[in-house]
Write a protein that binds this ligand. Sequence first.
Ligand code: AMP
Length: 197
Amino acid sequence: MTQTPARLLIIGPQGSGKGTQGARIADLLGIPTISTGDVFRANVKDGTELGLKVKALIDAGDLVPDDLTSEIVRDRLAQEDAAEGFLLDGYPRNLGQVGDLDVFLDGRGEPLTAVIELSVPRDESIARLSRRAAEQGRADDNEESIAKRLSIYESETAPILDVYRERGIVDEIDGVGSLDEITERITVALAARGITA
Ligand code: AMP
């Protein structure tokens, strides 16, 4: 099979392990990970203008406005290291952002080639998030914010999968298992699309 460019999105509820698996897959394929959550957290930590703007929203578990988020992703995708492929983690997160990304990628003639959907039951996500709260002390890993983020995932983010499913690019991956098992499931699914290292 001819090689397919790796223009990927990983999507899953908070606590699904998408950050960890996304980083592993990007590493294996030699492409950069673009995580909007990481970009925002770094800006909050450094006290930048953007960080000051978004801190309260993030701590409360609310979404940052689409315009601002999409602009950050466009700037990042325009950098040279993303020319051969990339893995998006945490963006797009609602239908408005799907539209923004489509405009940008279609303009380059380079649409997404696969969407990895990591599925984990709600109870398992919550258990993992509580563990992460204890380990990492993320300000948005408190009970109220977790509940809000999971409900935004269900109402706003899950519907974008239907759009990508219609395009035939979604691979649903069982996100319960060891880290290595899950990485293996993802690499097998991507290989079936001709996406390999
Ligand atoms: P994450 O690390 O992906 O769970 O993102 C942490 C927080 O960053 C989210 O709860 C939002 O407040 C914000 N955020 C990350 N990605 C997006 C996005 N695509 N659109 C809006 N807000 C986002």
